[in-house]
Design a binder for this molecule. Sequence first.
Ligand code: FAD
Length: 454
Amino acid sequence: MVTPYYDAVIIGGGVTGEATQYILNRFTNLKRCALIEKNRWVGEVNSSPENNSQTSHDGSTETNYGLAHALKVRDAARILRRYVESKKDKKLFRKTNRMVLGVGQKEVAILEERFRNFSQHYPGLRLVGREELKHIEPKVIDGRDPSESVCALVSSEGYAINYQRLAEWFHMDVEYDENSEFRTYFTTSVENIIPHDGGDWFEVRTSRGVFSTYTLVAACGPYSLSFAQATGYGLEYGILPVAGSFYSTGHFLDGKVYRVQKENMPFAEIHGDPDILDPKDTRFGPTTKPLPLMERYNYGTFFDYIKTPIVSYRGLRSLIKILRENKLMGYVAKNFLYDAPIIGPLCFLPEAKKVIPTLRYGDLKRRRGKGGIRPQIVNLNTGKLEMGNKIIETPRGNGIFVTTPSPGASICMDNGKYIARKLVQARGAGYYFNEEMFLKEFEPDPIERLIFVG
Ligand SMILES: Cc1cc2nc3c(=O)[nH]c(=O)nc-3n(C[C@H](O)[C@H](O)[C@H](O)COP(=O)(O)OP(=O)(O)OC[C@H]3O[C@@H](n4cnc5c(N)ncnc54)[C@H](O)[C@@H]3O)c2cc1C
């Protein structure tokens, strides 16, 4: 009988895999853990600051989140922000205002109602009118029709985060001592996973050889679902990869400005915010463009994508249903145009002007070669999109496969906490996750809990 070498193998060195390795190292007594990453360094795919919106979502100003979902994301965000704040690293995060802007009577009414329902759960949230907005973000008001009703829900807790830098911090915080063996293997690609003894342990075949492990975490974006399916799980799901591009404009905003979500629209509206890499450059985006790729600009991944179950009669039927039911045909076509030279900025301008009325064609510069892909989950049985994070588990909980569209980066530590709990349970007697220590370090103080949890 084979005795597996590793307690845990993690596939993927983005912010999810790195957060998980850090939590396993600091808060569990697992001794041997390998993280396997195909690239040369951490966070080069969706976690790169060039490829995502850099937002620490907490649900307060995201009008596409209902209260229950918002509160879950808020709690996850609070854990992450504790960690981030402890680093005192200007390259890691920037605290700004974050707001959702309401224009016209209908949107103003939506935000007033949201404020009534949400403000007790978010003490940093305020509803402000035109006059105050002029002081917070003058360019949002400059040139706007004075007869137009305007308001904004403003959160003082607007964190912009460089999620690649965050992955680096997790990586640096993993302790490598003689009593444990936590290793990272870069430029190593996982090719196949083979479960053994009825799924009791896994053989992980890579470009560098075979790793045997009791537990396995796939934190490799859309490939997590492919690995789950290769081991016989999650067969009812497919991936709709939704690419998001950005425009640069120069300095217009000091904080994040979101817009009210359109009814029935599954994807967030275009927003504007200062780039964490250069706060004097305001970015607008992300756009929403389905592409048959597992990774943006990595065209070889097309061949992996066409092997996924979405490329089937059932998958195509689901995609057509999603496009039709959500009335997305015109929306998607418009989003394709946004990436085109010359006419792209022309088509995009009216969207960006909803945030900054004085913006001109010449201000918009396409960020070519930037922007990632959100692996949105499609349920092939119901033909519907399932928004948010998807975790698929083996029956014993020793195999965990995490697919992370937005807000995957905001909830990476919460995912890591969940995974740590599962893996020590799966390892069995003698293994523990020191949740008390984790809570003490990262969760709100008791007095804050009284205020926030109610
Ligand atoms: C346009 C856009 C905007 C977004 N905005 C936000 C936002 O504002 N806030 C937010 O919270 N989230 C946002 N997201 C989502 C967020 O970027 C992701 O949820 C997050 O980065 C996912 O991290 P991850 O570690 O799971 O995946 P990734 O960062 O993609 O890392 C996966 C890693 O797995 C590796 N890998 C893949 N296959 C293999 C293999 N076979 N072997 C070895 N390694 C492998 C890859 O090289 C990669 O390093 C956005 C995403 C996009 C595309």
